[in-house]
Design a protein around this ligand. Structure first.
Ligand code: SF4
Ligand code: SF4
Length: 182
């Protein structure tokens, strides 16, 4: 989905990029509820048609990102600098040689399977975006997803499916403080 660069601006190389191309969890709302945009990046983001909002004490755009379509970034390679700079825990581990490309690809594949399970079991009239916001509020409040009112109203099987994805994503991909792309 995205070709990443290291902080010095060097490309990741085809292997690192191929992990992101197979993934997209930092665009589709699984890892983040929004992407933070610094003041000098606002114009670039608006030019792509994204809406900048004040979210907490930062500026950013909501996720799932509306530019993430058919499992890839539709504006690549003109994606915002904030996206270009972001690297999750899994990508960092791969770049540091802690995990192999195959291990990274397998983890991404498993995360995508768990996400597919969640989407397949969404209650009628309940969107993935609604679920995403509800989960974030639940985490923010310290209740965790098992304390979520929406989740309690749903059936137990769905709750477990969501918990599997949330915990798997947190374990393998991490989430920066505040769940922002920085
Ligand atoms: S979550 Fe990590 S591996 Fe997946 S696209 Fe984002 S940076 Fe790449
Ligand atoms: S602009 Fe592209 S890279 Fe950035 S969050 Fe949206 S889909 Fe992902």
């Amino acid at each position: 989905m995205i070709a990443r660069e290291d902080p010095s601006g060097k490309p990741l190389g085809s292997a690192g990029s191929s992990l992101c191309l197979a993934c997209g969890l930092c665009c589709n709302g699984v890892l983040h509820v929004h992407a933070v945009v610094k003041p000098d990046g606002i114009e670039q983001v608006r030019a792509l048609g994204l809406t900048i909002e004040t979210i907490g004490d930062t500026l950013g755009f909501r996720q799932p990102c509306p530019l993430y379509r058919e499992q890839h970034c539709s504006v690549y390679p003109k994606h915002p600098n904030t996206c270009r700079a972001y690297q999750c825990d899994l990508l960092n581990k791969y770049l540091a040689g802690v995990i192999t490309h195959q291990q990274g690809a397998q983890t991404i594949q498993r995360a995508r399977e768990l996400l597919a399970d969640v989407i397949a079991q969404l209650p009628p009239g309940y969107s993935f975006e609604q679920l995403r916001r509800e989960l974030d509020q639940a985490w923010d409040s310290g209740r965790g997803i098992f304390g979520s009112a929406e989740m309690r109203q749903s059936n137990a099987q769905f709750l477990l499916t969501v918990a599997k994805l949330a915990l798997y994503a947190r374990k393998h991909f991490g989430r920066p403080k505040g769940r922002e792309i920085k």
